[in-house]
Design a binder for this molecule. Structure first.
Ligand SMILES: C[S@@+](CC[C@H](N)C(=O)[O-])C[C@H]1O[C@@H](n2cnc3c(N)ncnc32)[C@H](O)[C@@H]1O
Length: 335
């Protein structure tokens, strides 16, 4: 069995109705491209900050016999599935239940100081969306939950039934570029208390003008995405975790991030650019005089997207964007 670091809350058995490991179907996105990046780095320990069901992790371990893996996830059901899937790799795998927002704490608990590579595959996994009890799905009736880490207090119910109208509208716009954010927030607040995901999805459908309902997939998709991001603090954790992961890379180490919407990708681009410039603010065509020290170089093909075949066969892949970087040899080392 893959080793699990005991942080007082070991991955529990999946709750009744949860997908077991064999039923935890999540197709890893842009897997060949991720392997290409991480396979070009040195041997050592790769951090999979969002191990999910272990799809990417299994592919990385199978393709690179000289690599071990530290896998994090804040979802107990995902970690249970990953442990089963990665069992074949024995002590090359350590799993730890943690949000990547506490990367330093998680790496400390696992006894890992530096890494030869990292992967962040952001957002939710397919089983989280498919299991109605988790409350992520706008297609199925379920509780207003949406927590990846079921130990945390904030749930979707509190956001939907407790946030002020203006705040609700703000997160719909910020987290999902929802053009009808104000109308949706007004409709939801007027209908309180909203009982479950079906009612929420129906309220959003009613709030959106009829012509707009017929465009761009399910009308509630963006609202559910925005509330999920709020509940799980997804954007707040990302910048600090990326900075920490880049700092922990050994020289020549490779980092790769898969993001699925513009809010995530903006943060990834900004933190990667900062690592590549050292935060230099000197005028573009003049030599740097501010003493900034770049600690990474960006992949030449910035912001890659999946090939058309993958985007067609795996709908989750359609919005994926991959960014990668290499830690520079001979600059500031890992803390
Ligand atoms: C897209 S899935 C990863 C799938 C995985 N790459 C695979 O191939 O099976 C994202 C996973 O990251 C986890 N996750 C999301 N945000 C997280 C965070 N801040 N800290 C830790 N895990 C997180 C989710 O629970 C989910 O299991």
């Amino acid at each position: 069995m893959a080793k699990q670091v005991n942080n007082g809350t070991p991955p529990s058995k999946p709750a009744v109705g949860a997908p077991g490991a064999s039923a935890f179907h999540h197709l890893p996105v842009m897997c060949d491209e991720v392997l290409e990046v991480l396979g070009s780095g040195p041997s050592g320990i790769v951090l999979d900050a969002t191990v999910g069901g272990g799809g990417h992790a299994a592919a990385i371990l199978a393709a690179n016999p000289d690599i071990s893996l530290l896998g994090l996830d804040c979802d107990d059901a995902a970690l249970t599935a990953a442990a089963e899937r990665l069992e074949q790799f024995g002590d090359r795998v350590v799993l730890h239940r943690s949000a990547f927002g506490d990367l330093a704490g998680a790496m400390g608990a696992a006894g890992v100081a530096s890494i030869s590579g990292f992967l962040f595959d952001l957002g939710v996994s397919s089983p989280q969306l498919d299991w109605a009890e988790r409350g992520f799905s706008y297609r199925e009736a379920g509780p207003l939950d949406m927590r990846m880490d079921r130990r945390q207090r904030l749930t979707a119910a509190e956001v939907v039934n407790g946030y002020e109208e203006a705040e609700l509208a703000r997160i719909l716009y910020r987290n999902a570029d929802e053009r009808h954010a104000r109308r949706i927030a007004r409709t939801v607040v007027a209908a309180r208390p909203v009982a479950d995901t079906s009612q929420l999805a129906e309220l959003v459908r009613e709030a959106i003008p009829a012509p707009a309902r017929r465009r761009g997939g399910h009308p509630a998709k963006r609202t559910f995405q925005a509330i999920r991001i709020e509940v799980n603090g997804e954007l707040e954790q990302l910048a600090g975790a990326l900075d920490e992961a880049i700092r922990r890379l050994v020289p020549g180490g490779m980092g790769v991030v898969l993001s699925y919407h513009s809010g995530e990708d903006r943060i990834v681009k900004e933190r990667f650019d900062r690592a590549a410039t050292g935060g230099c603010a000197c005028p573009p065509r003049l030599p740097c005089a501010c003493g900034a020290t770049p600690i990474a170089t960006l992949s030449r093909r910035a912001g890659r997207t999946p090939i058309v075949d993958e985007a067609t066969s795996n709908p989750r892949a359609a919005s994926a964007r991959l960014r990668s970087l290499e830690r520079i040899v001979g600059t500031v080392g890992p803390r």
